[in-house]
Write a protein that binds this ligand. Structure first.
Ligand SMILES: [Zn+2]
Length: 137
């Protein structure tokens, strides 16, 4: 795969430098069969440094995960070498099965079949709260 250009796939751009790996993990990109490139600390005029993720296949990416990790990231869909769509990213009101509650007494640690649900309680400071035990992320 050519790092500079992909013909068909997804480019997640303008990721805050250092957040690329977290995004890579939460999107489970390591499980994909296609080529995936995580490029760290790319020079950016606007941001100084940024991370970029390129996925060499048009897969459905979970925009909630991207919005949670980095609401300022941009998601570009590439077809036949051309940019065909820019997806808008927003911090999700609710996170379902993206992150797990760290409170050892939380019901989600014993009730395995429960969804891990967090609600956004403070958009400015990016604070999410577990809906079961109220633990703050
Ligand atoms: Zn909890």
């Amino acid at each position: 795969m050519n790092i500079d250009s992909i013909n068909n796939g997804i480019v997640i751009d303008h990721i805050t430098a250092g957040s690329g790996m977290k995004l890579y993990e939460l999107l489970h990109l390591g499980d994909l069969d296609c080529s995936v490139a995580l490029i760290k600390n790319v020079h950016s005029n606007r941001m100084g440094k940024k991370d970029i993720i390129k996925i060499d296949e048009d897969i459905p990416v979970d925009l909630d995960v991207i919005g949670y990790v980095d609401p300022d990231a941009t998601v570009n869909v590439i077809k036949d070498g051309k940019l065909v769509e820019k997806k808008s990213i927003a911090m999700p009101e609710k996170l379902v099965n993206v992150i797990k509650c760290k409170n050892p007494r939380c019901i989600t640690t014993t009730e395995q079949e429960l969804d891990h649900v967090f609600k956004l309680v403070d958009r400015e400071n990016k604070v999410y709260r577990c809906i079961y035990c109220e633990a703050v992320l």
